[in-house]
Design a protein around this ligand. Structure first.
Ligand SMILES: [Zn+2]
Length: 425
């Protein structure tokens, strides 16, 4: 049992140094288990949460089983229950992601249906594996679930597109357990400008986006500025009564990419009480030019198939994906490194301090680097933080304390009395 006590309401996070026997559930017999180093002990007694787990994208995939150990090199996955135990990941925000489509009513309805199913899949997972995981709706839930030695399942929405133009849908997803919302993804939505859309639709939030921020405040949802344009983030900060999170972002000073955030904005978010969770998505960590062979093969594939999988029939899509997998084996995409990820994390820590930084690595959503290919390697992050001089108290804040402190502020500021049932009767 993880004897972890969160003093969230007091802004303090205390850890009790008890062995985490949940780790032994799937471990080899004691005689074959190497003794943990002091740093590993620190890691495993810390509550470790990640704010961007895209794993729900696999929950309806018959080839994926949450309770079975996968292997990134074989199946490309990062997260499952055995690896959460091996890497000391105690849970986090599991994402309801919807790709951006056209801004029309028919597309909103289709997206809404997909998002409802994705939220159901997270709740189904929590119900199916209830001996090991539990839905969390509050900081108090997180404390209780961690103390019971279970994994914490918060829900977030990446891209508010499936809400359509009916903001009351946010109430519906809240009742289902949603506790974090990001208005936008790769392209401008009905709510906001995206960091990666070349056209600027609103210069920040749209009027509907402003309404979304107010509704999130009312309900008690954390507002997430990842993927939003800098002006959108500024608008969100100006309107929101609670601080923002960036659930998976990075500092532009280390790599100048639209998905990364300039120092002045990172500092403003932190000064407002917000938290910046650092991404491990290689293409946002550094420039990774592909080899000429890879680029040529991609061009040939696109000439043959196009690149829009949504317009392909099933057989063509399967053939396209098989060809792409073969390409990835023959001419692998260049990958960033653990050292580069740590450069982003340590830079941001230095810039805004350990009270405003955490980790949202984009696991199962393109995250992962050489040296930290999946969550099994998370203890290396703790070791690198110790090496950089951060105390156990700092490390506890970075791994979850800052997130839960922000969440407790959001809870305290809410004015809605809607609740979320654990079990539907
Ligand atoms: Zn993302």
């Amino acid at each position: 049992m993880k004897k972890l006590i969160l003093g969230v309401a007091l802004g303090a996070l205390l850890t009790a140094c008890a062995p985490d026997v949940s780790q032994t559930d799937t471990a080899a017999p004691a005689a074959a288990t190497p003794a943990r180093s002091a740093v590993e002990e620190l890691h495993f007694r810390t509550l470790v949460l990640d704010t961007h787990l895209d794993t729900p994208a696999y929950f309806h995939d018959p080839k994926y089983t949450f309770s079975k150990r996968g292997d990134f090199d074989v199946d490309g996955t990062h997260v499952d229950l055995p690896r959460m135990n091996e890497g000391g990941l105690d849970g986090g925000f599991w994402v309801i992601f919807t790709a951006q489509g056209p801004l029309d009513e028919a597309s909103y309805l289709a997206a809404r249906n997909l998002a409802v199913l994705r939220q159901m899949s997270i709740r189904e997972m929590a119900a199916k594996y209830s001996d090991h995981v539990e839905l969390a709706f509050s900081t108090a839930d997180a404390e209780r679930i961690a103390a019971a030695g279970k994994k914490i399942v918060f829900q977030s929405m990446e891209n508010a597109y499936p809400l359509g133009t009916d903001i009351s849908m946010l109430d519906t997803f809240y009742v289902g357990g949603l506790r974090m919302i990001a208005p936008v993804h790769f392209r401008n939505s009905q709510f906001a400008d995206s960091a990666t859309d070349v056209s600027e639709a609103y210069g920040g939030l749209s009027p509907l986006g402003e309404e979304l921020v107010r509704s999130a405040n009312r309900l008690g949802l954390i507002l997430d500025g990842s993927h939003a344009s800098d002006n959108t983030v500024r608008d969100m900060m100006a309107i929101s009564t609670t601080p923002l999170i960036l659930s998976h972002s990075g500092p532009k000073a280390i790599y100048d990419h639209p998905r990364n955030v300039p120092d002045d904005l990172l500092i403003a978010i932190a000064e407002d009480g917000g938290v910046i969770q650092i991404n491990a998505y290689g293409a946002y960590l550094e420039a990774l030019p592909a080899s000429a062979e890879r680029l040529d093969t991609i061009a040939a594939l696109q000439a043959e198939y196009g690149s829009d999988t949504s317009s392909m029939d099933d057989a063509t899509r399967d053939a396209y994906r098989a060809a792409y997998e073969a390409l990835n084996k023959q001419f692998p995409a260049p990958r960033s490194t653990f050292e580069k990820f740590m450069e982003h994390l340590l830079y941001t820590l230095e810039l805004v301090g350990p009270d405003h930084v955490g980790v949202g690595a984009d696991w199962d959503g393109g995250g992962g680097v050489d040296g930290m290919k999946d969550i099994v390697d998370l203890p290396k992050v703790t070791a690198a933080l110790v090496e950089a001089g951060y105390s156990e108290e700092d490390i506890a804040k970075i791994w979850s304390g800052n997130l839960l402190r922000l969440m407790s502020e959001v809870e305290a500021a809410r004015s809605s009395d809607l609740t979320s049932p654990q079990v539907l009767n």
